[in-house]
Design a protein around this ligand. Structure first.
Ligand code: UD1
Length: 370
């Protein structure tokens, strides 16, 4: 597609809004590419949506992400409260900085707040990870991504499926570019550099290929007791076959503390505090299986050639289902989840590399610079 570059002479100023764990990871790829370019100035703004050290700072340390120029403290509370406060704060930063481009990643409340603040000030918005759809509007993320796509000028789609979704919605006034997935750019930092492997598996006493790694944090799973019990029940049952390591998200920990049945199941699983990028990559790459409701982890499992079961009703990353790397349980019930776990295996078919070549960040900058 023909691109309309930012036209500002020799340099371009991008203000990037991040706030939640996966965004600190995604941001490093473009941040490095921008610094290397010599003619792109990137300013990071951290909304504070995630604020614990092991949900935020650890990723800056692990990946060498520059410290944000703007750092707010807007996490927790209801969706409206969080998004609204972020909108106000981001608008003030935009007034100060007058960037050429506002760049956002993914589908969190920080994504929507950033996109909306900029669009209303007529600052063009670049949305990285555009076009993903679960077709489930009860998910806060689905609303965030649809609305962000519809106020953006550049839609950087990670997959052909995402491009097709955007075409179907006929998003007006935007350019759609298939650039691949920035998560693959970042996963390669680990895959190509064995020195980043940590000692976490040894510390936990698990052997390569003989354990499962799990993560659960989606509101539709943690905040609905039957679903939480079904997932934890399946994980607890699976520990009869192999250890299950669960780095526990603060939301999940909070909901389990309020539910004695869930707490009893959790005690059968090896839970650890949330871990940094390289610890997680080490754990995941050595696992026999991933069980998750995270979008990012589904793909990271595939990048590390680990089969995955996604404990959700649907997934945005349908390529992984088609290729056989990922499975959805028939129902979000304990037996269905266990049956998907039993069926999970490394598929034999061809690998069409649906997430690109690991150069998405360079492709994005190329479009923006024209
Ligand atoms: C958010 C995103 C989700 C993304 C996920 C990654 C939205 C709507 N959802 O979900 O798309 O997959 O981040 O992790 O934006 N909390 C802490 N400490 C922290 C972070 C959060 O205690 O460092 C608590 C919050 O106060 C809140 C709960 O965890 O009570 C959930 O945090 P929130 O940012 O609302 O949503 P996530 O589930 O993390």
């Amino acid at each position: 597609m023909k691109s309309s570059p930012v036209n500002r002479g020799s340099s371009m100023k991008i203000l990037t809004v991040i706030g939640a764990r996966p965004q600190f990871i995604k941001a490093i790829a473009l941040s490095v590419a921008a610094a290397r370019s010599g003619d792109v100035e990137e300013i990071l703004l951290h909304t504070g949506q995630h604020y614990d050290d092991n949900m935020s700072e650890v990723f800056f340390r692990d990946l060498g992400l520059p410290q944000p120029k703007y750092r707010f403290n807007i996490g927790g509370g209801s969706h409206g409260e969080m998004t609204g406060k972020q909108l106000i704060a981001i608008e003030e930063a935009l007034v100060q900085e007058k960037p050429d481009v506002l760049l956002v990643y993914g589908d969190t409340n920080s994504t929507l707040a950033g996109a909306l603040a900029a669009a209303k000030m007529h600052i063009p918005v670049a949305h990285v990870e555009a076009g993903l759809r679960s077709f489930n509007k009860r998910m806060p993320e689905e609303l965030n991504r649809i609305l962000t796509d519809h106020v953006s000028r550049w839609l950087f789609a990670p997959t052909q499926t995402a491009v097709d979704n955007l075409k179907r919605e006929a998003v007006s006034g935007a350019e759609v570019h298939l650039v691949g997935d920035v998560m693959y750019d970042v996963a390669k930092l680990f895959i190509d550099n064995p020195r980043h492997r940590t000692a976490i598996a040894e510390t936990l006493g698990v052997q390569r290929g003989k354990y499962a790694v799990a993560t659960i944090h989606r509101q539709e799973n943690t905040d609905v007791p039957e679903r939480l019990l079904a997932i934890l029940g399946a994980l607890a049952e699976h520990t009869k076959h192999q250890p299950v390591i669960l780095p526990i998200h603060p939301r999940t920990a909070k909901m389990v503390r309020q539910n004695p049945q869930a707490d009893a199941l959790l005690s059968q699983i090896t839970t650890i505090d949330p871990v940094g990028f390289f610890d997680m990559a080490t754990l995941l790459s050595g696992a026999a299986l991933a069980i998750t409701d995270s979008g990012g982890l589904q793909k990271e499992a595939y990048f590390h050639r680990v089969p995955c079961v996604t404990v959700r009703d649907e997934t945005e990353w349908v390529e992984l289902i088609d290729m056989g790397w990922n499975r959805l349980p028939e129902k979000l019930e304990k037996d269905s989840i266990l049956s998907a776990i039993t069926q999970a295996r490394i598929p034999e078919g061809p690998d069409p590399a649906p997430y690109g070549q690991g150069n998405a960040a360079d492709e994005i900058l190329k479009v923006l610079r024209g």
